[in-house]
Design a protein around this ligand. Structure first.
Ligand SMILES: [Zn+2]
Length: 467
């Protein structure tokens, strides 16, 4: 699955010195992180194993994983706030999103995505899972290369220098019971055969791209039918696919009602009862689940893919995250519509939603734990699992060398250490609090600013602003 880093990245073995770092074993002081020529951590030691040119003064923590993004939706910001004649909801927002699709072309998609990924890096994410469904031209005609828009996402990730797991989406129907796609949904459409061809094509492209990998994403139970799901999973099993599988599920009450009406079961219940779901699955949103479904999810070992700002923006509802945490369930965060491109804000809102519901504080932590630190480590671990990588709550050998360096000169961080640093970052974090962001042993953000910001912004100006 894992692609090799391109030779043009020109990496060499190197060691980094950190005065404080968050490792899988907890906080450690005065350590060297030794990184190989592919940008992978090989060891964390007291003595440098190779040349050390970089010393980090502030605390170093692993970059956050963004497990669910639709990058093109970043251009919707500010365009969905006009109150409609009837109650606004996810469904009216989706109409506004569909209206934007007619203006998209591959160049625009690439420019928006590169800009969005640059912002994600500045916001503390070093990996993104892109749930990519905008496959064809407006009107539904495929591009000459059916992988055209997917390749643009790969190119954008390379420009920004973020780790990418592209999840091309299988989207065949407008609703339960094989309802045909509406005209405006035709740019998403794939049948099983063309979808499997797309996966094969992406497998080749990811082998050539730095820092990129792929996984599989049946869009939802409403957009993919039962026969297709079985055929897809059987084919993947034959190919011994062991990568990530993501699905949107139970985001909306309407979807739950439609699923009960069609399958006679709630979405999460039906999925877990009928398909071989395991720890490689990420259930995105899973907002409307009951206790029985939560326990089924826990037994299956899935990751809950939570997208707090988008779920709040769309009025979806509140996932029972504190109960899920109590059950030991894995979870991570996604920026989804990319209204918010900042990891600490996402974690903060997750915790705050639980507090507002329960009228209590510090809900995502057990007695004796610091809630900000617990939120960060849990989201990191669940995020890694959602990319089919070994879960870990801090740096550990085998991980990519993705570093966030907290700004030791920031007044709010001064005089703090260990979990208090993470609590400050999660509840008051801003771009100013991050002095550097590194991906695969390469610096991408310095003093809150992406090193290619001018170039990436000028592409946005050239291609995106005009539409
Ligand atoms: Zn989504």
């Amino acid at each position: 699955m894992h692609s090799q880093v391109n030779s043009h990245m020109n990496l060499q073995r190197q060691s980094f010195f950190a005065e404080q770092l968050l490792s899988e074993e907890g906080w450690q002081s005065s350590k060297f992180i030794n990184v190989d020529d592919q940008g992978i951590i090989v060891s964390i030691t007291d003595v440098a194993e190779t040349q050390c040119k970089t010393s980090f003064k502030g605390a170093v923590i692993p970059g956050m994983i963004n497990l669910h993004s639709h990058a093109f939706q970043r251009s919707l910001v500010g365009r969905t706030g006009l109150k409609g004649a009837t109650d606004d909801s996810f469904w009216s927002w989706r109409e506004a999103m569909y209206q934007q699709l007619g203006q998209m072309d591959p160049g625009i998609i690439e420019a928006i995505t590169a800009y969005c990924y640059m912002e994600l890096l500045q916001g503390g994410y070093t990996s993104v899972a892109e749930f990519h469904y905008l496959h064809h031209q407006a009107g539904g005609a495929p591009y000459a290369d059916p992988a055209e828009t997917s390749r643009r996402i790969l190119a954008a990730a390379e420009t920004a220098g973020i780790g990418l797991t592209i999840l091309p989406v299988l989207y065949s129907w407008a609703g339960f019971g094989q309802q045909p796609l509406a005209q405006r949904q035709t740019p998403f459409g794939h049948g099983i055969d063309s979808y499997l061809d797309l996966l094969d094509s992406l497998d080749k492209h990811c082998k050539e791209a730095a820092l990129s990998d792929w996984g599989v994403a049946p869009h939802s139970l409403r957009a993919v039918d039962q026969v297709q799901l079985h055929e897809l999973l059987d084919t993947l099993a034959r190919k011994k696919f062991s990568g990530p599988l993501h699905i949107h599920i139970a985001e909306q009450q309407q979807e739950v009602a439609d699923c009960i009406n069609f399958y006679g079961a709630r979405p999460v219940q039906w999925l877990l009862d009928n398909l071989p779901v395991n720890e490689n699955w990420c259930l995105v949103h899973a907002t409307h689940v009951n206790e029985e479904e939560l326990e089924m999810m826990q037994r299956a070992g899935v990751v809950a893919g939570l997208c707090p700002t988008t779920e709040a923006d769309l009025g979806d509802g509140i996932f029972p995250a504190s109960r899920w945490q109590e059950l030991g369930g894995a979870w991570g965060i996604g920026s989804d519509s990319n209204l918010c491109v900042n990891a600490p804000e996402e974690l903060r809102l997750l915790e705050f939603g639980q507090r507002l519901r329960d009228q209590q504080r510090n809900l995502m932590a057990a007695p004796g734990e610091t809630v900000g630190a617990e939120l960060y480590a849990s989201a990191l671990s669940g995020g890694l699992q959602a990319l089919a990588k070994p879960p870990a709550r801090g740096f550990t050998p085998g991980q990519r060398a993705d570093f966030l360096v907290l700004n030791q000169n920031h007044p709010l961080l001064m005089g703090k250490e260990k979990d208090q640093l993470l609590d400050t970052w999660v509840f008051a974090g801003s771009a100013e609090m991050l002095s550097q962001v590194w991906v695969a042993g390469q610096c991408r953000v310095k003093n809150g600013r992406h090193i290619e910001k001018d170039k990436i912004e000028s592409e946005w100006r050239r291609r995106v602003v005009k539409y």
